[in-house]
Every structure is written in C-alpha cells, then in structure tokens.
Write a new protein. Structure first.
Length: 325
C-alpha cells in the first residue's frame, strides 16, 4: 500500500527544510546519550529487575512519544513499508536492550560500551550478505583482525577476574549482533517517515515484547526495594536514552551514510569508560586499556584506512614513476 502523495510531499518538505540543519545536533545528542546509557543501565538494574527496568523505560518513552505525535499532529504511517521498518527497528531495540540489561549484572558499563563499538564491523559483514555491498578489502580485513584481537584481550581479562563474566560477554555479543542486524535491515526499507513516527512505531511493537519478557523472567513487583538512583536512571533512559536517543539515531540514520553514523561507536566507548570509572568506581585494568586500544584502532582503520591509503597511494606512485624516468 503506497502512501498518499500529500504525505510524500510533506515528508519531502520536512527533509529539505531547516530540519536538515539539526543533523549535527542529533549526532552530538546520540554521542552523549550513548555514552551515558551503559552506566544508566547498570544503575537502573541495581535494585529493579532488569526486565522491569527496561519495560518501565519503554513505557515512559512510548507514552511521551505518543503524546508528541498527538500534539504535533505527526502521522503514524501503517503501510506495509512502515510496518517493516518498525519490525526491523524492534529487533535492535528488543534484542540489543534486553540482553544488555541482563548483561549489566556481570559486566561494567565501560566494557559493554566497548563491545557495542564493534557494531560497525558486524554491520559491514552483514551488509555484504543483505545489501550486497562489496567484500572487505585488505585494509578492512586487517581492521577486523585488530578489533577482534582487542575483543579477545578484553574477554580474557574479564573472564580471569570473575568466573561469571563469560555470561555477560555472551549476552552483549549477541545484543550487538542483533543491534547491527537491525541497523542493516533498516537500510533495506525505502520510506519517507518522520523520525518521531518511526521511533513510536518501533516502540509500539517492542513494548509488548518487553512486557512478555518481564512476565517470563520475573513477574513480581517489589516496589519498596527500588532505590532512588535506579528510578532516576530509568526515568533518564526513558526520556533521553529511548525517546530522544532513538529519534536522533533514526534521524541521522536516514540523513547520513552508515559509515558516518558508525563514528558514534568510535567515540562513545572512551567516554563511557571514563564515566564508569569516575561515577561508578569501575576498575580500568591494563588489559582493558590494551584491548580498548586495539578495538578502537580496528574501528579507525575500518572507517578511515582505505581513505588514507588512497590519499597517499597516488603520490607514492607518482614519485615511483619519476624515479623510473
């Protein structure tokens, strides 16, 4: 079912208007929110069961998002393409978030953010299969090896510290895989849609699944044991981490290339590790630092390696030609 012409004209007007000037602001918002989200997840799960913490977060975001749609009179498309978009988005929301909340019991917030930084590499691998993108060249293949060496260092150090860390690592690796898959699947949907509408649509599908997860994994309400810090963290994540963060993320995903959006995951692990150490007393070991350096170096090579190689290759070949003459 195609959208009415008037809606398409409205969406095109939105895309070409001053809203496009909000791209840098949205990008910065995603960086800040994603840097603080891992710590928020850890704090919100301190006294609240992970399934309830994430469910409350989603309910807050869904209610606020629906209110904004109503006040701003933004249409929520229910076409086949729109439903496909919501479904693809919910894979990353449910899979990425639910597993991350359970992993917070076993891992520090900085470690979770660092592992999520691998999403561009996983997205690149998945894009080859789903979007028929070209296979990795030598530089990107090297970046993949370097990044996963770093991941191996981080994993080995965490497992040596606590025997249960492997559970958290497995959960986060699965979460980032589903998150990466979601981002690639979103790119397969061709539709002009307001970012707030896409966020609310995804939340409408995701929230009932989170409710089912709470019933299966907990199903109890121990409100008296909930701490103020957990409640404030849930409120922050509901308003900023879910609603504003999702809106900004879907917006930059629609207006920027996948490689540019992936830069967020290159920046946020550093800030997340610093915040975890400063505000939550998380220990940053030498192994974690070395692993983080390898992961970030791999991500840097993945994003900029080919550009740097192509930039210096012409001058090198020119100099070699002159020597031959």
């Amino acid at each position: 079912m195609s959208e009415p012409a008037s809606l398409k004209e409205q969406d095109n007007t939105i895309a070409s208007s001053g809203l496009s000037k909000m791209v840098p602001v949205a990008f910065l918002a995603v960086v800040i929110i994603w840097s603080t989200t891992p710590l928020g997840i850890v704090w919100s799960s301190e006294s609240v069961h992970p399934s309830m913490a994430v469910l409350l977060r989603m309910i807050i975001a869904l209610l606020l998002g629906s209110f904004i749609l109503l006040i701003a009179r933004i249409r929520l498309p229910l076409s086949k393409a729109a439903l496909k978009l919501y479904g693809a988005s919910s894979i990353g929301i449910v899979g990425g978030m639910l597993l991350s909340y359970f992993a917070a019991k076993y891992l520090a917030s900085g470690t979770m953010s660092l592992i999520f930084g691998l999403s561009p590499l996983l997205s690149g691998l998945l894009a080859q299969k789903i979007l028929n993108e070209p296979k990795f060249g030598p530089m990107r293949s090297i970046s993949l090896v370097v990044a996963f060496i770093g991941l191996g260092i981080v994993c080995s150090s965490k497992i040596s510290l606590t025997s249960d860390s492997w559970i958290g690592l497995a959960l986060v690796l699965t979460a980032v895989s589903l998150f990466s898959l979601s981002g690639v699947l979103i790119k397969t949907v061709k539709i002009n849609i307001h970012p707030i509408a896409s966020t609310v649509g995804a939340l409408m599908i995701s929230t009932p699944i989170f409710a089912l997860a709470w019933i299966l994994f907990d199903g109890t309400l121990h409100i008296n044991s909930w701490s103020e810090r957990s409640l404030y963290a849930i409120l922050y994540l509901g308003v900023f981490g879910s609603l504003i963060g999702f809106i900004a993320y879907f917006y930059i995903l629609q207006n920027l290339s996948a490689s540019t959006v992936a830069l967020v995951t290159l920046i946020t692990p550093v800030f997340a590790m610093m915040l975890g150490a400063k505000l939550n007393g998380e220990i940053i070991t030498l192994a974690l630092v070395l692993g983080a350096i390898c992961v970030l170096l791999g991500l840097t090579l993945y994003q900029f390696g080919d550009k740097l190689l192509n930039r210096y290759r012409p001058s090198y070949q020119t100099g070699k030609t002159k020597e031959g003459q």
